[in-house]
Design a protein around this ligand. Structure first.
Ligand SMILES: Cc1cc2nc3c(=O)[nH]c(=O)nc-3n(C[C@H](O)[C@H](O)[C@H](O)COP(=O)(O)OP(=O)(O)OC[C@H]3O[C@@H](n4cnc5c(N)ncnc54)[C@H](O)[C@@H]3O)c2cc1C
Length: 408
């Protein structure tokens, strides 16, 4: 049996960062990740200034490390192929919106953590169940490489994403913002002729929308927001038919590019993601704490999930490290610290989730109402003041709603 101060289930951006902070400050930490290869887990890759400041604080300078990323420097909003707005938030103009390779970033965080002998990485091990003592969680049963291990720890943290085993086993109660949509993700070669440089854009059309972003492998990542459960029908119709549907409503040059990609078989296989937006009502139970998507599953709006998870890690370390250093670690001290972590993070998480809950509902808005409102919207956006208001919202969501600083 292996015994640790802290066991973290889930080696995504949040879990890996938290493990790095603990390990670098002398805490004996176990990080458990079910995947052997990080590229097997598809996740958000948008790194905002709010997330970058966390990486800076743990000594990972994304601009100088050997990690692939692409900066987006232009942002447009189209409706049925017509440009309706081009907000210019300063973080985009300043090159602070980066699309970062998650497998490379995670490998880098693990590499840095491996310098510390008190860091153990169970790569390719899946957390199967929790271990209890006196009705309190005191470890995790894990399996991998044809073996089963009991990892015992003073504190167990579930940073294990949207399908969290820790959330499930402890039966946390959940507040769910029911989402009416799924997202169909695919990649195409970057449309250089239609969007020279490095663009991101929303293309809105009745009952649907596209989110398109320039990404690091000379590609464009396309997310098509579709009504929940509608992919089966689309799949039956075939790729040609649904690409034609998108094409007919997209900006002209982009539409030509899509046709070119279709003709040359350059559209990657689509991947459907159920849009989920929820959070557990209390983040700790029986001595285990949930963080990141496990505590509050984020949808793709505004590219927030990765950044929020990184920020959870910092706040968690700020509260727990002093307890480990003081050596007086009572259950009530721990539970109090867990509550403080939740209280501090909830301020930001609530605001971001409220913002994220709105755009997916767009696909439910009546088509005739949109057509009626569109000329008014376009007219409003002609005024600089309207763009400024939108810019301000973007800046808030990109830089974070609260101050998050590693203080230990
Ligand atoms: C397909 C997809 C697309 C997304 N797109 C966007 C986007 O465009 N923009 C955005 O901001 N956010 C997006 N998100 C959300 C974003 O990826 C998450 O909010 C963010 O990664 C949360 O980080 P995390 O560390 O909390 O969890 P995750 O990144 O989900 O990491 C959890 C880790 O736990 C591991 N794990 C799970 N169960 C176990 C277990 N039982 N034992 C061991 N390990 C386990 C997983 O393999 C994973 O590596 C997307 C998510 C998905 C799934």
């Amino acid at each position: 049996m292996d015994v640790f101060d802290i066991a973290i289930v889930g080696g995504g951006p949040g879990g890996a960062t938290l493990a790095n902070i603990f390990a670098s400050r002398g805490v004996k930490v176990a990080l458990i990740e079910r995947q052997k290869d990080f590229s097997k887990e598809f996740r958000g890759e948008a790194l905002m200034p709010s997330g970058k400041e966390v990486l800076d604080q743990i000594g990972i300078d994304i601009d100088t490390e050997n990690i692939k990323y692409r900066t987006v420097n232009k942002f447009n909003i189209f409706y049925k192929g017509t440009l309706i707005a081009n907000p210019e938030p300063d973080f985009i103009e300043n090159g602070e919106f980066r699309w970062v390779s998650q497998p490379q970033l995670l490998e880098k965080v693990i590499e840095k953590s491996s310098d510390y002998k008190n860091f153990s990485f169970y790569r390719g091990y899946k957390g199967q169940d929790l271990i209890y003592e006196n009705n309190r969680v005191c470890g995790v049963k894990i399996s991998g490489s044809n073996e089963e291990i009991d990892v015992k720890a003073r504190v167990v943290i579930g940073f294990d994403g949207r399908s969290s085993m820790v959330r499930r086993k402890l039966n946390f109660s959940v507040k769910n913002y029911h989402q009416p949509s799924d997202v169909l993700w695919f990649k195409i070669p970057y449309p250089e002729r239609a969007f020279p440089g490095s663009h991101a854009f929303f293309s809105l059309f009745p009952n649907s929308m596209l989110v398109c972003v320039a990404v690091y492998d000379e590609k464009m990542q396309v997310g098509w927001v579709i009504p929940s459960g509608s992919y089966g029908e689309l799949k039956q119709q075939g790729k040609e038919k649904w690409i034609k549907f998108i094409k007919d409503k997209s900006p002209k040059d982009f539409s030509k590019h899509l046709q070119f990609c279709l003709d040359n078989n350059e559209i990657s296989d689509p991947f459907v993601l159920k849009m989920t937006l929820d959070r557990v009502k209390k983040w700790n139970k029986q001595g285990a704490l949930l963080l990141g998507d496990a505590a509050h599953t984020m949808n793709a709006v505004g590219g927030q999930g990765l950044n929020i998870a990184l920020r959870d890690a910092v706040v968690c370390a700020n509260y727990l490290l002093p307890l480990f250093n003081s050596k007086k670690l009572s259950n009530s001290d721990l539970d109090f610290a867990f509550d403080q972590i939740e209280k501090e993070r909830l301020i930001e998480v609530k605001q971001v989730q409220q913002i994220q809950s709105r755009p997916p509902k767009f696909i439910l808005v009546n088509k005739f109402l949109i057509d009626l409102l569109l000329p008014i919207i376009k007219f409003i956006f002609k005024f600089r003041i309207m763009n400024r208001i939108v810019d301000k919202e973007f800046v808030k969501i990109s830089k974070g709603f609260t101050k998050v600083k590693l203080e230990v």
